[in-house]
Design a protein around this ligand. Structure first.
Ligand SMILES: [Zn+2]
Length: 127
């Protein structure tokens, strides 16, 4: 769904050749390995952060009398605080949003966080 990222004019052989070469040499914007993009990245850091959000759900819910609105606010706050620490953390959050929440790596941070929160709300519903 989001693996095609190159916007090329139709019918231009030169460009479609370049496009094919780019696809073969594409590197993941998170782990820098070839052969996949960030939406399919298997790096453990992304999985760990995602799992931590699930853990945070359970913790914030049980500590706040199962107040879901408060839980959403606390998780959102946690993500923004995490991003505020350094650039690498911003990269992790944006990559997690791509990997698990159908975001794009070039989206604004707010867009990435909103995508994560939307998926997070689905966790809450499925509780
Ligand atoms: Zn990767």
């Amino acid at each position: 769904m989001q693996s095609v990222v190159y916007d090329i004019p139709q019918g231009n052989l030169n460009n479609s050749f370049i496009n094919r070469v780019r696809r073969y040499t594409r590197k993941c914007s998170f782990c820098n390995n070839g052969g996949h993009n960030v939406a399919r990245c298997d790096d453990a850091t992304l999985q760990m952060f995602y799992d931590y959000l699930i853990h945070l759900k359970n913790e914030t819910l049980s500590m706040n009398n199962y107040n879901r609105i408060l839980s959403i606010q606390l998780v959102e706050q946690y993500i923004y605080n995490f991003c505020g620490q350094n650039e690498e953390n911003i990269k992790i959050v944006k990559s997690v949003a791509c990997r698990f929440c159908y975001s794009r790596i070039n989206s604004l941070l707010q867009v990435s966080v909103n995508k994560i929160i939307r998926v997070y709300i689905q966790f809450l519903r499925s509780k």
